[in-house]
Design a binder for this molecule. Structure first.
Ligand SMILES: C[S@@+](CC[C@H](N)C(=O)[O-])C[C@H]1O[C@@H](n2cnc3c(N)ncnc32)[C@H](O)[C@@H]1O
Length: 218
């Protein structure tokens, strides 16, 4: 779904203190713990959309980096964080593409990656490469995650889910939780719902969920 530019989009992008743009984000590579002034775990959400998930995670005390390529959308996320969450110190939005994450994060810098309702890129083999759960992306995620780091993915799209499971089974990730009806699981609620999740669950769509751990090296 396309997000229209709002009358406040440009000013939000210009004035926000909680958005980093690509050129600035790459200078933080290997220094994200210094940026947050913490030794705690840092988590990345890829394709954060309008930001609810990362805002709620930051409210739980997690250090969150929320990546989004669409500047109109990240402006909405920044506005949400500013107006409804008081611009948390443990949250930063990064306006960049997932394709660039190896330029933004150093090896083993992150403890977890969340992908929520990623674009399905339907329409044939060629487009599959753009899916955020394609093995090309998974390889990059395994480099920036620390050993034992977590990868979490949720979607209401059964075909995308099936594709993602196949890719994960051939990757360096080990599946530790899997569900075709996430909202009926006892662990549902450990992490917040996203904007898309609220919308699709209200329509009665089943939410699929998989959580993986990086396999030990060796
Ligand atoms: C379907 S929306 C889901 C938004 C949010 N995660 C949610 O669940 O409500 C997918 C988002 O991912 C972003 N996105 C898609 N591909 C991306 C990429 N390669 N790098 C960064 N963001 C991406 C899109 O711009 C869009 O905002």
């Amino acid at each position: 779904m396309r997000t229209r530019k709002k009358k406040w989009t440009d000013s939000e992008l210009a004035q926000s203190k909680i958005i980093k743009f690509y050129d600035d984000a790459v200078t933080q590579k290997g220094k994200w713990h210094d940026f947050f002034e913490t030794t705690d775990d840092i988590f990345l959400e890829i394709g954060c959309g309008k930001g609810r998930f990362s805002c709620e995670m930051s409210k739980k005390g997690k250090f969150m980096i929320a990546l989004e390529r669409d500047s109109k959308v990240i402006a909405c996320a920044s506005r949400l964080a500013r107006t409804s969450y008081d611009s948390p110190q443990n949250l930063i939005f990064v306006n960049a593409e997932a394709e660039k994450i190896s330029e933004i994060f150093a090896e083993h810098e992150l403890s977890g990656i969340f992908m929520n309702f990623s674009d399905p890129w339907e329409g044939g083999k060629k487009l599959e490469k753009k899916r955020l759960t394609h093995n090309g992306f998974l390889e990059n995620y395994s480099k920036i995650l620390r050993p034992g780091g977590i990868l979490s993915f949720r979607t209401d799209n059964a075909a995308l889910f099936e594709f993602s499971i196949k890719q994960l089974k051939e990757s360096r990730f080990e599946i530790i939780r899997i569900s075709e009806d996430f909202h009926s699981e006892p662990y549902f609620g450990e992490t917040p719902m996203t904007e898309y999740e609220i919308k699709f669950a209200a329509l009665g769509n089943k939410i699929h969920y998989v959580e993986c751990k990086m396999k030990a090296l060796g």
